[in-house]
Design a protein around this ligand. Structure first.
Ligand SMILES: NC(=O)c1ccc[n+]([C@@H]2O[C@H](COP(=O)([O-])OP(=O)(O)OC[C@H]3O[C@@H](n4cnc5c(N)ncnc54)[C@H](OP(=O)(O)O)[C@@H]3O)[C@@H](O)[C@H]2O)c1
Length: 277
């Protein structure tokens, strides 16, 4: 399997399909990520919050793949937006991963009540300048949060990773990102499995002889976004990667986009202010 790549705004290439690791327990993570790499994934998404960075790094190193063939993303945890804390937390990320650099480092949540994401961004800009992150970006940023980064920062985020799936299609955020050269990445691209029971998704999947997950992931890919589905199940890990040998026509694409309910599974970025995890 060869995964298509998308150029970020600094020329770094990001594989359009990545492997999500949220909720993978540390003891299981190395084995599951190794399986994903074996199945052809070349992009792994972790975070300080997931507490499994060490196992992700171990899997990348143990895979035997050249380091430059695996794209590794991690994210700054919510408690560390203060400038010094952000630097120290990033140092711990590299230590835990056992890697010399990450490919992408994101601010996990904007935490507007805390009010320090611009300060955190300044630290990320310095980390980027040092070469220890090949690209930097944000996660769960609404356009008004990005307005501040663009006005007060010196580096345009390469990526905005947000909740996105057929029940929450994020037209406004995607349009803002596209207008500013920011790649949109979909977290919970399968709606944590819930959208796979949608009747329209089931109908399109049956018509094409594909699984509902493949249809949903294909919809994301054809929109031009990056997807990072998670599964701990070997058959699903392989199934979710087999999405580059079929095409959804315009009617199917429009039918899936029309499933939007404008409702989130996760927190709203303006209201997520927990710093204790
Ligand atoms: N930046 C953020 O704030 C943020 C927030 C949430 C997630 N993320 C990232 O995005 C990744 C993906 O999101 P997610 O894990 O929340 O949700 P997801 O990938 O949409 O869904 C994962 C769930 O769907 C199931 N599943 C996977 N493939 C399936 C298939 N082919 N058929 C049926 N069920 C399937 C999985 O079950 P099994 O594992 O049991 O197979 C799991 O319960 C995360 O792992 C994480 O890396 C980022």
């Amino acid at each position: 399997m060869t995964t298509p790549t998308i150029p970020l705004n600094n020329g770094v290439l990001i594989p359009q399909l990545g492997f999500g690791t949220y909720k993978l327990p540390p003891v299981q993570t190395r084995e599951v990520v190794l399986r994903a790499l074996d199945a052809g994934y070349r992009h792994v998404d972790t975070a300080q919050m997931y507490r499994n960075e060490a196992a992700v790094g171990r899997a990348v190193l143990d895979s035997g793949l050249p380091r430059d063939e695996v794209f590794v993303t991690s994210k700054l945890n919510n408690a560390f937006h203060a400038y010094d804390e952000a630097h120290a937390a990033f140092d711990r990320t590299l230590d835990d991963l056992g890697l010399e650099h990450v490919d992408l480092f994101l601010i996990h949540w904007p935490l507007p009540a805390f009010g320090r994401f611009v300060e955190a961004w300044r630290a990320l800009e310095e980390i980027y300048a040092s070469g220890r992150a090949r690209a930097i970006g944000v996660s769960n940023f609404q356009p008004h949060h990005l307005d501040r980064i663009l006005a007060e920062g010196t580096v345009v985020p390469a990526v905005n990773q947000v909740e996105m799936h057929p029940w929450f299609v994020q037209q406004e955020v995607r349009a803002y990102d596209a207008a500013h050269g920011i790649v949109t990445e979909a977290w919970s691209p399968l709606g944590r499995g819930r959208v796979l029971e949608d009747e329209e998704v089931l109908r399109i999947a049956a018509d094409l002889g594909r699984s509902p997950a493949q249809v949903v992931l294909r919809w994301h890919v054809q929109r031009g976004d990056v997807v990072i589905p998670k599964s701990a199940t070997p058959a699903r890990i392989a199934e979710n990667a087999a999405i580059f040998d079929f095409v959804l026509d315009d009617t199917a694409m429009a039918a899936i986009t029309a499933l939007d309910r404008d409702t989130r599974i996760g927190s709203h970025p303006d209201h997520e202010n927990r710093t204790d995890r």
